[in-house]
Design a protein around this ligand. Structure first.
Ligand code: SAM
Length: 355
């Protein structure tokens, strides 16, 4: 067992604090280890199971529902809102290199990490402060049971998207079991209306949750599991249907900033939308079947239709946001629809603008 716990030194922590943390966390007796209130039941190396509110069988079933690969070797995984760390430690056991984040420092996470000899790296951060600059990009991001605790859920999802390389698995409380709606809607809890807890703010229906995930920058989603009040959604950053034509049969004629109509492209903020003029797209092309890829990430167009301007009828306009998580510099842009794709064009991203 690893009895020296590895601590992350944040910019605001000096060595004195680090030493105190190490002293504090290496001193746990077995009784201390299992004391306190646990959210997760975690099986420790000696077979002891921490006394979590959620039994181990339930958590293992729930882990299966995330449909992660059995072997996570070589995968970088970020667990945002890790609490006691069940999902972090389970992913690490399956080979992932894990970074765990929560907006406070749950003692139990450190107890379990010590007892398991785990190398999970912990950061005390709110999801709003999770960024590519701080944490880098991760192949898989888990964002389980956090969304409805956020006052600003779309902002939280954007930060999740920014640090996701391949896909995120997002679970949330949902309201489909209470209300039937044909519309994407979200219920607001001003105080403690949901479960008597004052830190529950929003209850989306599945349609709303799906659309928010896409609006945050993910290319596509799959509903992995739904019950009355809970859903799990897998959200990818890429399309899975690129045709790879040997000779592109669509032509990108020009790319401009959709707001300023010039060739200046801020990578974030309210002007971070591009407008692509394309020749060869069928007039029936729509937001649902046109794919846009910018800097290697798929993104949903917000507009596909006639170009407003003095251009030939055979050219359509596609407007799309710049996907979160790119850096300033050149990025490639391409589009496709069904079996036809465009050539690749390059635009130069500038540092971000303001919302
Ligand atoms: C319901 S628990 C879910 C824990 C674990 N992910 C799971 O699914 O069992 C919600 C977790 O989200 C964390 N959380 C709440 N607001 C957060 C925020 N703004 N940033 C990061 N974590 C947050 C809480 O501290 C808590 O650990």
């Amino acid at each position: 067992m690893n009895d020296r716990v590895k601590f992350e030194i944040g910019a605001d922590q000096d060595n004195q604090e680090l030493r105190e943390q190490i002293d504090r966390h290496t001193a746990w007796s077995r009784e201390e280890m299992l004391s306190g209130s646990w959210w997760h039941s975690i099986e420790l190396t000696d077979g002891t199971i921490t006394p979590g509110i959620h039994p181990l069988t339930e958590l293992r079933d729930y882990y299966q529902r995330l449909q992660l690969p059995d072997d996570l070797s070589g995968t970088r995984l970020l667990d945002i809102g890790c609490w006691d760390g069940f999902y972090s430690f389970e992913a690490e056991r399956r080979g992932a290199s894990v970074v765990s984040v929560d907006c406070w420092r749950p003692d139990n996470f450190f107890k379990a990490r010590q007892a398991l000899g785990s190398a999970c790296e912990f950061h005390e951060l709110s999801v709003y402060d999770v960024s590519r600059d701080r944490l880098g990009r991760h192949d898989i991001v888990l964002f389980l049971g956090v969304l409805y605790h956020l006052r600003h859920p779309l902002l939280g999802l954007e930060q999740v998207c920014e640090v996701t390389g391949d896909f995120a698995v997002i679970s949330s409380h949902i309201i489909d079991g209470f209300y039937n709606s044909l519309h994407p809607v979200m219920e607001f809890y001003e105080v403690d209306e949901l479960g008597g807890q004052y830190d529950n703010w929003w209850g989306p229906n599945v349609d709303c949750l799906t659309r928010m995930i896409r609006a945050a920058g993910f290319a596509r989603t799959e509903l992995l599991h739904q019950e009355e009040t809970r859903a799990i959604i897998k959200a990818w950053r890429n399309w899975d249907d690129r045709p790879h034509e040997s000779t592109p049969s669509l032509e990108i004629v020009d790319i401009v900033n959709a707001a300023s109509l010039d060739h200046v492209f801020p990578l974030s903020g309210r002007r971070a939308f591009i407008s692509i003029r394309v020749k060869g797209l069928a007039p029936v092309a729509s937001r649902d079947d046109v794919r846009v890829e910018i800097g290697g990430f798929g993104i949903n167009p917000v507009y596909v239709g006639p170009w407003i301007g003095p251009y030939p009828d055979d050219q359509l306009q596609i407007n799309a946001p710049i996907p979160p998580g790119l850096l300033p510099g050149p990025v490639e842009v391409r589009v496709w629809r069904e079996d036809r794709e465009s050539q690749t064009e390059t635009i130069e991203l500038q540092p971000g603008g303001r919302w």
